[in-house]
Design a protein around this ligand. Structure first.
Ligand SMILES: [Zn+2]
Length: 165
């Protein structure tokens, strides 16, 4: 049997694939210690595995390239600037929402901006902290006769957001 048994005789700290040092247990009886150790060194620690899984889950929710560019609204403007160190910084303004990003090149940057806009407008809601509520403007004194739009509708209807597929 390859199952180690007996007492743990040593607990050296060994670096795993992710770079974290973790305790590796040497059992008194363990025919396959070298194999176990090799596997231990080739794999990530549980914390880093969890982090990786979470990153992959998040990446999977980001829109793909084609979808991201299709989903941003008409009239969207992107400004990109090449900086002295060769990296790029950019700003995207779409439908009143401005996002900024930096990137290695204009192509990746434009995608990052488009994704950033989509996250800002929807997908990121769950994790983004709620913005501080802007103080409501003090109600203007009612002047029915003077106000040019005295018969304002109760509330301006929000334009329906693009439905996510
Ligand atoms: Zn780790």
């Amino acid at each position: 049997m390859g199952v180690p048994s007996g007492e743990i005789v040593a607990r050296p700290m060994i670096a795993r694939a992710c770079g974290c040092l973790q305790e590796f247990q040497h059992y008194a009886v363990d025919k396959y210690r070298e194999q176990r150790k090799a596997k231990f060194q080739k794999t990530r620690c549980p914390a880093c595995v969890a982090k990786l899984v979470e990153e992959q889950r998040r990446a999977a929710t980001l829109p793909k390239k084609g979808e991201a560019f299709k989903a941003i609204p008409a009239g969207t403007q992107i400004t990109m600037t090449r900086k002295a160190d060769g990296t790029w910084s950019g700003t995207l303004i779409g439908d009143g929402t401005t996002v900024e990003a930096v990137g290695e090149g204009p192509q990746g940057l434009s995608l990052a901006l488009a994704r950033g806009w989509l996250l800002a407008r929807g997908a990121g809601k769950e994790s983004a902290p709620a913005p501080a509520p802007t103080p409501a403007p003090s109600p203007a004194p009612a002047k029915p006769a003077a106000a040019p739009i005295a018969k304002a509708m109760p509330a301006t209807k929000p334009t329906p957001a693009a439905k996510p597929k």
